[in-house]
Design a protein around this ligand. Structure first.
Ligand code: F6P
Length: 364
């Protein structure tokens, strides 16, 4: 076992419930080996600034498992390979500051960076790995769209929040004989919509993997009406799109942000349903409620297991890897197998087959 290793840990991208459990397990696992852990605040770019690097001790983390968010902060904008820098003339230029990050990493005598993040952050991790940095990825996202792992932490909490919201919509929709359309997160994968929609007894679930047809949705709702079911719940993933149409987004107005913020499809679907069925229809966007608050037991355990495994893997010097759930084990998979692709819902997915058998329409 390496003596006195100094481990750096960063959390990047959108937060997800369970991040603090990862941090706790990394700190405790390292401490049990007499290693030290340093939290890099606000993503990779924190490595450029000494003020952003904090020693994390067991006393600081023993009770953080139940907390949402991340105690070391996160950002969607801190890609050191494409960093926005404002020059003296006040203009913003995009620069590659990755060598500076690596120099600081070496100067601080870190033996490993545990990079907790979603697809964007893991791609940055892979790029650092290619430049020789000893790095281990930990998959994080409520979207559950990372390849090579059965699940990511954060997903279970998001699904539970969405399911509870859908449960609540039933009574108000029923009282008013309305159609309620709820837009949930998930980016270009339909996992949150599928799981919460099926568990929450939605009538229609729209996911990015299946382009929807508004006429089919309206027919399904009208059919329900004929059978005395005068209200309907429609769950739509933010990345879902009509057949031949495009995914709606709110742009990427923030400097340094590479991805667009999705949104708007719920409102679009609600208007089209109102037009097609004549029914009173309302829409809502669940938004960041899905990411806030305390993680479920499952996500806490997943975060703890991923964090502990990352420290174990650091001890084995298996760098350039990501911890992954391959039941019953948490294993190390090459980062190269993970990046540049997303894990979509397969159409032969058992939950989807079940959904169809219990009368849920996918608008196809
Ligand atoms: O990736 C997690 C996620 O919550 C997505 O589901 C969503 O599209 C995005 O982040 C929202 O990003 P932001 O927090 O920047 O609005």
């Amino acid at each position: 076992m390496e003596k006195g290793m100094r481990i750096a840990i960063s959390t990047g991208g959108g937060d997800a419930p369970g991040l603090n459990a990862v941090i706790k397990a990394v700190v405790m696992g390292a401490d049990s080996r007499n290693w030290e852990v340093y939290g890099i605040k606000n993503g990779y770019a924190g490595l450029l600034n000494a003020d952003e690097i904090v020693r994390l001790t067991p006393a600081m983390v023993h009770d953080i498992c139940s907390l949402g968010g991340t105690i070391i902060g996160t950002t969607n904008k801190g890609n050191p390979f494409k960093m926005p820098i404002t020059n003296v003339a006040g203009e913003t230029e995009i620069r590659d500051v990755s060598d500076k990050v690596i120099d600081n990493f070496k100067r601080l005598r870190f033996g490993c960076l545990i990079a907790v993040g979603g697809d964007g952050s893991l791609e940055i991790a892979y790029n650092f790995h290619k430049k020789g940095m000893p790095i281990i990825g930990v998959p994080k996202t409520i979207d559950n769209d990372i390849c090579s792992t059965v699940v990511t932490f954060g997903f279970d909490t998001a699904v539970n929040i969405a399911t509870e919201a859908i449960d609540r919509l039933h009574s108000t929709a029923k009282s008013h004989d309305r159609v309620m359309v709820v837009e949930v997160m998930g980016r270009h994968a339909g996992w949150i919509a599928l799981h919460s929609g099926v568990a929450g007894s939605a009538n229609v679930v729209l996911i990015p993997e299946i382009p929807f047809n508004i006429e089919k949705i309206c027919d399904h709702i009208s059919e329900l009406e004929l059978h005395g079911h005068h209200y309907a719940i429609v769950v739509v993933a933010e990345g879902a799109a009509p057949l031949g149409g495009r995914v709606l987004d709110r742009g990427n107005g923030e400097v340094g942000r590479q991805d667009v913020v999705l949104g708007g499809v719920g409102e679009y679907v609600a208007k089209e349903i109102a037009r097609g069925t004549g029914k009173d229809t309302r829409s809502l966007v669940l938004g960041h409620l899905q990411r806030g608050g305390s993680p479920t037991t499952f996500d806490r355990l997943m975060g703890l297991r991923f964090g502990a495994a990352a420290v174990r893997i650091a001890g084995e010097k298996k760098f350039g890897t990501m911890v992954a759930l391959n039941p019953p084990l948490v294993t190390a998979v090459p980062l190269s197998d993970v990046i540049g692709q997303i894990k979509n819902v397969p159409t032969e997915n058992d939950t989807m087959i079940t959904a169809r058998e219990i009368g849920i329409s996918f608008g196809d």
